[in-house]
Ligand binder design. Structure first.
Ligand code: SP5
Ligand code: ZN
Length: 341
């Protein structure tokens, strides 16, 4: 199992997250990656490398290039406007409004945001690029005929849509990795999202495409972030009809229930003919995660990895969510152990 990690994740270190009507210290913070890296090494995964210096050529195939340009410039524009705080969207294009991108930076950030939980700061873009590079480097490793890789991506990516940031995500690392695998010659690949939250960004990237199957197991959006996507009836459209599958589940869901959804998703990924699986690996399904409501135990993560491995396909795991508690490190290491067992 090759592990890809960049110190540059530390450049993403916001002071604020709008949560419960207050500006709190973000759940998505640098200590997460440090804890995960330490636990993964401790568990014997010692092949840790830095990512290669990829540009935006792959990201431009799944994101709107104008959106990536916005990400690259938003902080400087915010500062140039004279604002003192971190860049937070507070006004949004919703039902029956124009989809033109405002010249004003407050309008532009609202246009490109799908949530106000994600403050943008100096360094956020550079960290997002480093995170994307980890995912691409992992895809390249698989393309060299290796079976497993773990991209320790931070910031996460699965809430980032074609032209949307939010949910702590800016560039959709798993989606970029899937595109990279196609560019290496795979005809079809799958993104399997096991993060507690619906992979709304990844679904958006590939909803109209027939070459990437997307499956997401998550807290029912009637009760959980991201609220506005992730229902079972969303199955893809156009060339992508039948290539998206959602498994919304209620508060308190234990592994016994969760794992039957995983088995169904894996069967569909096989039937689709995917040549590799990119796992959007959040461990916020853990019973003590501070912002989620599933009941997976640390041992369940070993079983999760083993089930995914049993599909017999190459697997690139890209780090997504998992918050607050030290066990996030052990839980990630357990998935990797299960994959290799
Ligand atoms: C990558 C990822 O896991 N992103 C998640 C972003 C969630 N941000 C909004 C958090 C709101 C959580 N509200 C839960 C209330 C618990 N008491
Ligand atoms: Zn999550």
């Amino acid at each position: 199992m090759r592990v890809i990690y960049s110190e540059d994740h530390k450049l993403r270190d916001a002071r604020t997250e709008l949560y419960a009507g207050q500006l709190v210290t973000p759940f998505e913070a640098p200590f997460r990656a440090e804890w995960i890296l330490a636990a993964v090494k401790e568990a014997g995964f010692a092949d840790v490398v830095a990512p290669d210096a990829h540009g935006l050529e792959t990201a431009n195939k799944v994101h709107d290039p104008a959106y990536l340009d916005f990400l690259a410039t938003v902080w400087d524009r915010w500062v140039a406007a004279g604002f003192k705080g971190e860049a937070i969207a507070n006004s949004f294009p919703v039902r029956r409004t124009s989809q033109r991108v405002p010249d004003n930076i407050v309008g532009a950030i609202g246009h490109y945001a799908n949530a106000a939980d994600t403050s943008i700061t100096n360094g956020s873009y550079e960290a997002a690029i480093a995170s994307m590079r980890c995912a691409i480097t992992g895809a390249d490793w698989l393309a060299e005929d290796h079976r497993f890789a773990f991209a320790l991506c931070r910031p996460p990516g699965h809430h980032a849509g074609i032209d949307l940031f939010g949910g702590y995500c800016f560039i959709n690392n798993a989606g970029v990795a899937a595109q990279r695998l196609l560019d290496h010659g795979a005809a079809k690949v799958a993104v399997l999202d096991v993060d507690f939250h619906h992979g709304n960004g990844t679904q958006d990237l590939f909803y109209h495409r027939g070459d990437v199957f997307t499956a997401s197991l998550h807290g029912d959006p009637m009760h959980a972030f991201p609220y506005f996507l992730g229902h079972a009836e969303e199955e893809g459209e156009g060339a992508g009809t039948g290539t998206n599958r959602n498994y919304p589940m209620p508060p308190g869901t234990p592994f016994e229930v969760w794992s039957s959804a995983l088995a169904d998703a894996l069967a569909r990924i096989k039937a689709f003919g995917a040549e590799a699986i990119v796992v959007a690996l959040g461990v916020d399904t853990f019973e003590r995660d501070p912002i989620s409501f599933f009941r997976l135990t640390s041992d369940d993560f070993i079983r999760m990895g083993a089930m995914i491995s049993a599909a017999g396909l190459p697997v690139l795991a890209c780090m997504e969510g998992g918050y607050g508690v030290p066990e996030i490190g052990r839980n990630v290491a357990n998935v990797l152990k299960g994959l290799e067992a």
